[in-house]
Design a protein around this ligand. Structure first.
Ligand SMILES: Cc1cc2nc3c(=O)[nH]c(=O)nc-3n(C[C@H](O)[C@H](O)[C@H](O)COP(=O)(O)OP(=O)(O)OC[C@H]3O[C@@H](n4cnc5c(N)ncnc54)[C@H](O)[C@@H]3O)c2cc1C
Length: 491
C-alpha cells in the first residue's frame, strides 16, 4: 500500500481530520502494547467514533488490501495490539459510550472503548457492577477485555470476561456488520459470540458489546494470611477449594513482590513472611462468618502464621491497592522485568512456584511471583538488565522454560493474557497440527483475506492463510525468541 496524500485524504473524509494520525511521532506512540519487547509501527492510526465509521474503515482497508490491528487501551501483555505488519491501527478510545443500560434485566450495551472500571461506576447507582476485574481495570477497555477474554482476581467465583458477554455487534474484514447473540438469554443461534470473544482481534472488530451486569454483593469480608513457606500457601489454596468453598478471590504475593510494593506504597505488608495470601469472600452477610472460620482453619492447618482481617472498606481497599499495584511497583525498581502468564491445576501450584525460582536462579536471574492462586494462574516477574544482552536473552529463555514446566504439570501457556505475538512459538507445543489447522480454517471463514490482526495467535501455516502479498514484512523483533522466525512465514 502506498500511503499517498490522496489515500490519507480518503481516510480523513471518513473520520474528519482529528480521526487520522499519520505523523511519525503519533505513530510511534502506538508501536507497542504493554509487552514492550515487541514493536511495530502502524502506517496510520485511525480513531473512529461509531460502528458505521468502523464499517467504512474496513471497507476501505479491504479495498486496498491493508491489514487492520484493533487496539483498546494497549495494556495487553502479549503483543496482541502491536501492529507487527504495519497497516492500519484502529484505536477504540473514542468509542467509549454506554449505549443503553437495563437495570431490571441487568445488562448494558456498550461501545468497546469504554474503560472497565467506568462501567461499574455507572452501574453502581443501580446496585450492579461488571464483575470481571483485570488489575488493569482503571484503564483497560471492555473491547480489549472481551477480545483477550480477560480474567482478574474476582473471576475465580464470578467467571472470566467471556462468561459475561451476551451479544456482540462485529464489523467483519469487508466492512459487513453482524450481530451475534444478544440480550435475550435463549437466543437460538450458534453461539458465535463465544467464538469471537477471546479471538484477540483476529475475527473482526467488536463495536457494540452486550454485557451482563450482576448485583453488588451484600457483604464482603477480606483477610490476609502470611506464610513462612510459599509452597504451604499454595497448598492452602488448593485445600480451601477442595473443601467446597469458592471464595470471590484468592491472590498470592511472594516476598519479592511484597518488597517492591512496600518500597513504594508503605502498606505494612509482612516482609518477614515468604508469602501473603489474600482471600475475599462475598455474598449474603449471614453466609460469611462460617466461610471465614473454615478458611482460617484450613490456612492455619497449612502453616499460616497470622491472620489479618480488613475491618472496613478502607482497609480492604489498602489490601487490594497493594495487590493491584504490583506491576507499577516492579516498574519502579528501575530494572526491566518480563511479566509472564501461565496456568497449572491448583493442586500443582506449589511445584510450579518452586520451578519458577529454580529456573530463574539457574540463570542467575531473580524472579518474584504473584498469582491468581485460586485459578492456578501464575504471574512470574523476571527481573533483568535490558542493556545486558546475555541477561535479556536469559530472561526470555527462562520464560519459555517456565511455560514448559506449566505444561508438564498439566497446565497451559496462558491464563488470561492471551497468545498475541508472545506465545506463538509455544502454540505447537500445546496443540497438535490438526488442532491448529482447524483454528486456521475458522479464522479463514471470518477473514478469508487474512487482513484482521495478521501474524497473531496462530503460528505460520495455520494462521488462516495470510499471504505475504497482503501485508508487509513484520518489524524486526527486539524481543522474543528467534525461534519465532520459523513460525512466522514472512521473515
Ligand atoms: C498493570 C496491568 C495489569 C493487568 N492485569 C490483568 C489481569 O488481572 N487480568 C488480565 O486478564 N489481564 C491483565 N492485564 C492485561 C490487559 O490489561 C488485558 O489483556 C486487557 O483485557 C487488555 O485491554 P486493552 O483495552 O488494553 O486492550 P489492548 O491491549 O489494546 O488489546 C488486547 C487485544 O484485544 C484486541 N482488541 C482490542 N479491542 C478490540 C476490539 N474492539 N475488537 C477486536 N479486538 C480488539 C487487540 O487487537 C489485542 O489483541 C494487565 C495489564 C497490565 C498492564
Amino acid at each position: 500500500m502506498d500511503w499517498t496524500p490522496d489515500a490519507l485524504a480518503e481516510l480523513r473524509a471518513l473520520l474528519g481530520d482529528d480521526g487520522v494520525l499519520d505523523s511519525e511521532a503519533a505513530r510511534l506512540a502506538y508501536d507497542t502494547d504493554a509487552l514492550t519487547l515487541e514493536r511495530g509501527m502502524p502506517d496510520v492510526v485511525v480513531l473512529p467514533r461509531s460502528t458505521d465509521e468502523v464499517a467504512a474503515l474496513l471497507r476501505w482497508a479491504h479495498a486496498h488490501g491493508v491489514p487492520v490491528t484493533p487496539r483498546g487501551a494497549g495494556t495487553g501483555l502479549a503483543g496482541g495490539s502491536t501492529p507487527h505488519h504495519g497497516g492500519m491501527l484502529l484505536v477504540t478510545s473514542r468509542m467509549d459510550q454506554v449505549l443503553s443500560l437495563d437495570p431490571l434485566r441487568m445488562f448494558a450495551w456498550v461501545q468497546p472503548g469504554l474503560v472497565n472500571a467506568r462501567l461499574s461506576e455507572l452501574a453502581a447507582p443501580h446496585g450492579l457492577h461488571f464483575a470481571p476485574d483485570p488489575s488493569s481495570q482503571p484503564v483497560s477497555t471492555i473491547g480489549g477485555n472481551v477480545a483477550a477474554n480477560a480474567g482478574g482476581p474476582h473471576c475465580l467465583k464470578h467467571g472470566v470476561t467471556a462468561n459475561h458477554v451476551l451479544g456482540l455487534v462485529v464489523v467483519l474484514h469487508d466492512g459487513s456488520v453482524v450481530t451475534l447473540g444478544g440480550e435475550a438469554p435463549d437466543a437460538p443461534d450458534v453461539e458465535l459470540a463465544s467464538v469471537v470473544a477471546g479471538s484477540e482481534g483476529t475475527l473482526g472488530i467488536l463495536c457494540e458489546i452486550c454485557v451482563r451486569l450482576v448485583p453488588r454483593p451484600e457483604a464482603v469480608h477480606t483477610m490476609s494470611f502470611d506464610f513462612a513457606v510459599v509452597e504451604d500457601a499454595c497448598r492452602a489454596v488448593s485445600a480451601v477449594i477442595a473443601a467446597g468453598i469458592v471464595p470471590a478471590a484468592m491472590e498470592l504475593m511472594d516476598r519479592r513482590t511484597m518488597e517492591v510494593i512496600e518500597a513504594w506504597l508503605h502498606l505494612g505488608l509482612p516482609l518477614e513472611a515468604a508469602a501473603v495470601l489474600v482471600v475475599e469472600v462475598d455474598g449474603p452477610a449471614v453466609s460469611l462468618p462460617a466461610q471465614v472460620g473454615r478458611i482460617t482453619a484450613i490456612a492455619r492447618e497449612h502453616g499460616a502464621r497470622s491472620v489479618r482481617a480488613a475491618s472496613d472498606a478502607a482497609e480492604r481497599a489498602a489490601l487490594w491497592r497493594g495487590r493491584k499495584s504490583a506491576f507499577g511497583a516492579y516498574g519502579r525498581t528501575g530494572r526491566a522485568f518480563y511479566l509472564m502468564d501461565g496456568t497449572v491445576p491448583r493442586s500443582r501450584l506449589a511445584e510450579a512456584v518452586a520451578a519458577v525460582y529454580a529456573l530463574a536462579g539457574a540463570r542467575g536471574l531473580s524472579a518474584g511471583t504473584l498469582l491468581h492462586a485460586g485459578d492456578g494462574n501464575l504471574h512470574p516477574h523476571i527481573l533483568f538488565d535490558p542493556d545486558d544482552e546475555t541477561q535479556r536473552r536469559a530472561a526470555l529463555e527462562v520464560s519459555q522454560e517456565i511455560l514448559r514446566a506449566c505444561l508438564r504439570l498439566g497446565g497451559t501457556i496462558s491464563g488470561e493474557h492471551g497468545i498475541g505475538l508472545e506465545k506463538i512459538p509455544m502454540m505447537s507445543e500445546v496443540y497438535a497440527p490438526a488442532d491448529l489447522q482447524t483454528m486456521g480454517r475458522l479464522r479463514r471463514a471470518f477473514d478469508p483475506d487474512g487482513l484482521m490482526n495478521p501474524g497473531k495467535v496462530l503460528p505460520g501455516g495455520a494462521d488462516g492463510g495470510v499471504s505475504p502479498a497482503h501485508v508487509r514484512a513484520p518489524a524486526q523483533p527486539r524481543g522474543l525468541d528467534a525461534k519465532s522466525d520459523r513460525e512466522r512465514p514472512w521473515r
